[in-house]
Each structure stands twice: as structure tokens, then as C-alpha cells.
Ligand binder design. Sequence first.
Ligand SMILES: Cc1ncc(COP(=O)(O)O)c(C=O)c1O
Length: 427
Amino acid sequence: LIYVFIVDCDVTKDEDCVYFCGHSLGLQPKSTESHVQQVLQNWKQNANQCRYVTSLPLVYCDNQAKKGLSELVGCYENEVVAMNSLTTNLHLLMTSFYQPTKDRYKILIEQNAFPSDYYVVASQIRLAGYDEYESLILVKPRQNEELFRMEDIIEVIEKEGDSIALILLPGVYFITGQAFDMKAITESGHKKGCYVGYDLAHAVGNIELHLHEWGVDFAFWCTYKYLNSGPGGIEAAFLHRRFDNTKMKNRILQYIDNFAILDFGPLNPLDTSWRGHKESNRLEMTSDFDFAPGIDSYRLSNPPALLVVCLIASLNEFLEAGGRRLREKRFLLTGFVGLFNNPPSKTSKVTVDIVTPLKFAERGCQLSIRLSCPMHKVWMELRKRGMIFDIRKPDVMRLTPVPLYNSFYDVYRFVDTLRSVLDESNN
Ligand SMILES: Cc1ncc(COP(=O)(O)O)c(C=O)c1O
């Protein structure tokens, strides 16, 4: 399905390279290039008309990503949209879902959250006039452990939930690859009256998701990792359709000028922009804002067609492969942890510690491992031999066999190459 291109290592052929970095940047689908060419051609031939009258009218192209996205996250098509970047989408959604009051103003997130999420959350707290340190509840693993225990998170929610406005957690934690029990956390948050949202950067296209059924309030994710949309690709967001009370809001707006004084709950408080306006009368260009339904009202600008078609090309690959087949292959591929004899090499004492949970339901295809020797030299040596993966400081190697394009032979080659690197080391 997908090309591998080798840079910065000693191997000379694609086939000698093992790409285990899909958790960071997915590979390019073969069909991406032709999708991009079609947009360029369409624009060249049809000029302004390319936006309205061709087989893929570019001004509406983001709608065509809805089917693939909704299948991947388990929701209705009108609950999901491709737009902006992950971080922009988090800011936008927090304008609705973080509406602190004197008694309920805290946000629960995980310790060592991805920095960009932390910065957004802290800045939204400050913008709302609250103190960042007093308003954050950080859930963390127990002492001497590095995985989060779901029962601990639920205990914190039960104890502190009355003061929590928003629970914001990852679907899959980016360092360890641990999958969170989103269903249980959402249920427990809702029982205490909190809103619950998820960063799905490492979950989407990786683990099975049922956002609608689980009742998740909102979610946001990037698409350049498991969704192979290309660096800086168009990203996406989900809003549960029970919040689609835009009609009610539009009706109220007809009668009241200053709607800021009304409590709309988690409605979009922004007259976002002309792309968030109802599609049918958007081009009437009036200054009255007529909200598009649900998540579509958060769209800001014209969809960047070149980026959107890269995402569509990749979503088509997922639709063709089918979720069930990908899950089965993921189960088998990640079983390669069993290939790590410990120690893996006969001549070296270095051992491998698997950080990621071993239970299938508690992880996706990312495996984080730790070696009992300094990691950097081993990493560099593996890289020279075409083994592409990344590290997270201080000492975790992230290896991801992605079902869509990695093979069982890749897995075998990786383990075998690691063994020879350790054999040749002095550890
Ligand atoms: C877990 C997580 N959250 C947020 C981001 C930031 O995403 P973006 O730069 O696309 O806004 C990333 C990027 O890698 C991430 O891994």
C-alpha cells in the first residue's frame, strides 16, 4: 500500500528498512500523490469553478472526510469534522466546555501530559480568571509505577468530581502507549456532572473507538500519525450530537441581541466564522450568524483542499482494509514482544523491559521498551541498519508496527537486528 523512503541511514534499499515510527508520522499512501495532482489539475483547468462544480467541489471537500473519520472513531458523520490543527481544536472546544464557576472550576488531566495540551489548558484557566496551579488536578501513576491505574483515576473523580468542570485525558498515552478506559472514565465523570474530552492523537487509527456510544462529550486528534495524512495535515474533532442544540440557539438569537448573558451550557459561544455558518445560506453574506449544526459550527475557514485530499486518500485505505482485519493483525504483530528473549543476546547482559501494558485491551500498536544499558548508542546503531523508530527522554524507545503497512517480517528483522547490535556491544 505504502512507500518507504530511506534517509539518514546506511541501508540503500527500501526493503532493508523497517519503519516503526507510525506513532509519530505515518507513511505516505501511494494514492496521495494522484489525489494532490487532481486538486492541482482541477484548479488549473477550472479556476474559480473548481470550488463548486467539479466531482470534488473543493469548498466542500472536508465533508468527504466525514465517512472515514466517523468509522474510525465510532460516531455519526455529523459528529465529526476535519478542520484546523489539534491544538487549535482544543482551544476552540474549551471555549465551550470550560465554563468555570465558583464551585466547579477545576480541570483534571494526567501528569506529564503532552506539553501543548498542558499549555492550552493552563492558558484557558488563566483566560477564565482562575489560578492555573490551584485549578489543575493531575492524575499520576503510583510511586515506582509508570502506568496509570484506571481505578485511581476513577477514585479521584469520585472524590473531587464536584469541583471538576472538565476531565481531559488521552485515549492512548504518548510515552508508554497505554490505552485509557475511556468508557469507564466518561461514565464516572458524567455521574459527577463533569464534561469529559479526549486527546486521541495516539488513539485514532490505532485502537477501537466508540465515542458516540461511550457518550464522550468531545475529542480532537491529529491525523499525521496513524492516519497518514502527511506532516502538518488537516486534523479533526468530534462533538457528541446531544449538544447539537444549535437550532435552539439560533432561535434565541433572533430575539436577544446580547446572548453572552445567557447560559448556553456547552454550546459554541463563538460566532466562529463564515465556515461555521449554516451551509445553505452561508453565501447570503449577512452579518447575522446562523450556526451550522454541531461540530460543523466550529469550522473556521475554507478547507485547505490539498491537505484534505491527503487525508481522504489515507482514509480510503482504512475503509478498504476494514477495522476488524486491522485489529486482528495488530494483535498478532504486537505479539512480537514475545520474541524478546531476555536478555535478547547470548553474549550481552542487556535486558529489555516492556513498559507498555501487555494486555491487548490496554494498548494499541505502540510498544515502549527500556534497555538496561544507555539507549542512545543502541538507537544510533539500529538506525544505521535501517531500523527507524524514536525515543522519548530519558530512556524510552517507542517501536510501532502499524497493521496497515508493517509486516511480520519487519518485526522479525527488528528483533534480530537488535540482537546483533547487542551481540556486538560491550555491555
Ligand atoms: C498527544 C499529543 N497531543 C497534542 C499534539 C500536538 O498536535 P499539533 O501540533 O498537531 O497541534 C501532539 C503532537 O504530536 C501529540 O502527540
